[in-house]
Design a protein around this ligand. Sequence first.
Ligand SMILES: [Zn+2]
Length: 462
Amino acid sequence: MAALDPALAEHLDATQVARLESYFDFLRIPSISALPEHAGDIRRAAEWIAAELTRIGFQHAEVSETPWHPIVYADWLHADGAPTVIVYCHYDVQPVDPIDLWTTAPFDPFVQEGRVIGRGAADDKGQLHMHLRAAEALFATRGRLPVNLRIVFEGEEESTSASLPGWLEANRGRLGADAVFISDTGFFEGNVPALTETLRGMLYTQIDVVGTPTDLHSGSFGGAVENPANALARIIGDLKDRDGRVLVPGFYDDVRPLDGAARERLAALGFDEESFRATVAAGPLHGEVGFSVLERIWTRPTLDVNGLWGGFQGEGSKTIIPAHAHAKVSMRLVADQDPDDLFEQLKAYVAQVCPPGVTASVKLLGTGRPVRTPMDHPVARAAASALEATFGRPPVYIGAGGSIPVAAMFQDQLGLPVVLMGFTNPDDNAHAPNESMVLANYETGIRTICVLWDALGDGTFA
Ligand SMILES: [Zn+2]
């Protein structure tokens, strides 16, 4: 197994105090991407990072302009014969509201009970800072890196990454690499080291059902004219059966079947379904029959109505046949489902099941592709080995029911495998008051990153 080079260990042990000061300096910049009054802080954070990258030993460090917040790029490409990895993190943070629930000022970080408390401590400035310090340790002890790195640090992640797709396209020429390494995820429950293997994608639609040009009197016309709200309810009923299976023809055709080994790995996580249910005070859990909760959330697609309206919504009664009715319907997708293909299949199916007398149309509101890391890829295997070498136990492989849009952008636009390894603790309060990073995760994680780059550089995982 890979191990931490003693010279690196010594350097990192000797620089801990300065490292924490630098971490705090970085967190003190209120780089909130959503709020226009913080645009200057966003730029200040980008410039701070670019200066650090240059000082450490990277080349071509640049605050690269986009239509909105800049992306920080740098590279170091002199490890002949070694792989090239794009490292992605983001330096913007969420707004701090509700401010009165913070026990201290969000941009005045401090350490309490082994945790760094402050906005961005975990998501994602803490992890970005870990990558800076790991590279710094390598440059300081050897004057070089064991692998070729291209740094891409974004400033709009918390605000939909609007500029990233265009920037990736425009910079394609300098983004050649073997893999993308994203540190914007975290450990599993119990603070267990984890690699994120799957992220679900998304197909978001709106179904509009139209009958007559205006509402009709339900006494004069009820029973003789099709009601768009009734028709919409029937269409929705036809989208999914009572066993939780989506009925759109072809919906499951490209879903990768879950093999026995994968199911055993998920079962071994010992996920507590009852406490999952209890945290949201839900009734008995319901989902696709034949699958556990983790299997449903991480490995199976689903379909949900997110909003539903039409007809009279006020107090009391109004006897009408509404002229139209509407629903927002979204689908969470898994590899290798294609949202564009599924949209066409959904449209055809809705047209087929729509009752006569009304017309139904389906509008596309958004898509995101599912992501799946090939865990036999050298970067993924080296990452697992580095986690085990530094945290003392092999990582568990987890998924996310939601999406990380940037992961899909890198995967789809650059056609590169994406490895998701992050170090935040599951109770990090990301996006919430009193965000925190377990200091031991931060410190050990820096060593993990060093071991990872060394393991990739020495060819062990070629
Ligand atoms: Zn993040």
